[in-house]
Design a protein around this ligand. Structure first.
Ligand code: NAD
Ligand code: MG
Length: 401
């Protein structure tokens, strides 16, 4: 059966790589729906080229821009609006496969809708698991969805699992697994002095040495909160406790992560730092399909290095472990505050080093008494509260500068 794919966030870095892989495998898959929050001209071009039947845009004004940008000599695709449009499309009966590649917690509701509709979900977005991993994984289990991790590290771990453990939403880690070894490039500031970090600019933070990604995840990689979010993501995906997930700095980004077994074997997945490999794995599974990558020259590469992370220079990584060890409310606060802080940093309203300060403040201030985050409304409510706390705190930081 040909897969009918909905790409949530098609104009983003993951979205574009997904379109690239689909175009290389037309006998196996086709695009059914695309979505974007901005850049309507680009979305119109994507829809024209891919033959998408449906597009989702945020509002009426975006709809007008999309319509104006349409140049093909055929009717417009069906246009749906806003969060409801995303939810409806992710659960659409014409869709078999949903690529969840919207950035931030905004992906939570549509990804959850895909889970409840029992789709094959290619999960690139990690923020939804950080905010609501329990709810999401339960929905995957309850509705028989097929969850494929696309984040390169988690995709690598998935590839290194025993076949019987390659199931969606396990309730316990496979007994033969001792540890997950989560690799981290260390980002652009791996060797930067702590004092110099105070002055780094958004352009420097977005200049990742190995990966080309969206701006938010690029800053997340620079602060290494990305690795912290990924620890929480691995916890939910593989039902693994925090103390069995080790972060390993590996500056070459060739070993994408590893699984360590009780007999001492460590299985690793290697590849070039290009998201088309995990995307092709998720789209093709269980088959291996072309991703567009050439051969990797290990001889040219020469060496692979590994070292421990520096929690002092990367306090956001420590904060993420604290959140996971503390409560779901702390994880919601971590994620929400980070989204606000990164936006403020990219707009040059706060300093790079303020990101960790804002996260710590929000984790401290948020209503930690809210232990019952078992329904989505409670999570979204706490997420909004945390965003308000972070925004207010950002004002005081701006005054201080
Ligand atoms: P990006 O910023 O390049 O693209 C984001 C996409 O989401 C765009 O299409 C944008 O229009 C859309 N979007 C943004 N805000 C939205 C909102 N509020 N509502 C609806 N749509 C919205 O991001 P990216 O780098 O492609 O990352 C996407 C997700 O995948 C993130 O969660 C990121 O952590 C994860 N991820 C990315 C990479 C990578 O290499 N880029 C790797 C692993 C995981
Ligand atoms: Mg990753």
């Amino acid at each position: 059966m040909i897969q009918s794919v909905c790409i949530l966030g098609s104009t983003g870095s993951i979205g574009k790589s997904t379109l690239d892989v689909i175009a290389r495998n037309p006998d196996r898959m086709q695009v059914y729906a695309l979505s974007a929050f901005s850049r309507m001209t680009e979305l119109a071009q994507q829809a024209e080229q891919s033959g998408a039947k449906v597009v989702v845009v945020p509002d009426e004004s975006a709809l007008k821009s999309f319509t104006a940008a349409w140049t093909a000599n055929r009717p417009l695709p069906e246009i749906r609006l806003g969060t409801q449009g995303l939810i409806h499309t992710a659960a659409d009966s014409a869709v078999t496969t949903v690529m969840a590649a919207i950035v931030g917690a905004a992906c939570l509701e549509p990804a959850l809708a895909a889970a409840k509709a029992g789709k094959r979900i290619l999960l690139a977005n990690k923020e939804s698991l950080v905010a609501a991993g329990g709810i999401f994984m339960q929905a995957v289990r309850d509705h028989g969805a097929q969850l494929m991790p696309i984040d390169s590290e988690h995709n690598a771990m998935y590839q290194c699992l025993p076949p019987e453990a390659q199931i969606s939403a396990p309730t316990a880690a496979h007994p033969s697994i001792q540890r997950l070894l989560l690799t981290a490039s260390g980002g652009p500031f791996r060797q930067t002095d702590a004092a110099a970090l105070h002055y780094v600019t958004p352009a420097q933070a977005c200049n990742h040495p190995n990966w080309s990604m969206g701006r938010k995840i690029s800053v997340d990689s620079a602060t290494m909160v990305n690795k912290g979010l990924e620890v929480i993501e691995a916890h939910w995906l593989f039902a693994m406790p925090a103390d069995k997930i080790q972060v390993v700095v590996h500056p070459q980004s060739i070993v994408h992560s590893m699984v360590e077994y009780t007999d001492g074997s460590i299985l690793a997945q290697l590849g070039q730092p290009d998201m088309r490999t995990p995307i092709a794995y998720g789209l093709g599974f269980p088959a291996r399909i072309p991703s567009g990558l050439g051969l990797m020259d290990l001889m040219k590469l020469g060496r692979l290095d590994f070292s421990p992370p520096d929690f002092h220079r990367f306090p956001c990584l420590k904060l993420a472990f604290d959140a996971l060890n503390s409560s779901q409310a702390a994880c919601v606060a971590l994620n929400a505050a980070n989204e606000i802080a990164v936006e403020c940093f990219l707009n040059e309203q706060i300093r790079y080093t303020d990101i960790a300060i804002m996260i710590a403040h929000t984790m401290e201030t948020v209503d930690k008494a809210r232990h019952d985050l078992s329904d989505l409304a409670a999570v979204l409510d706490l997420d909004h509260q945390a965003r308000r706390i972070a925004e207010q705190y950002a004002q005081t930081l701006q005054v201080a500068h």
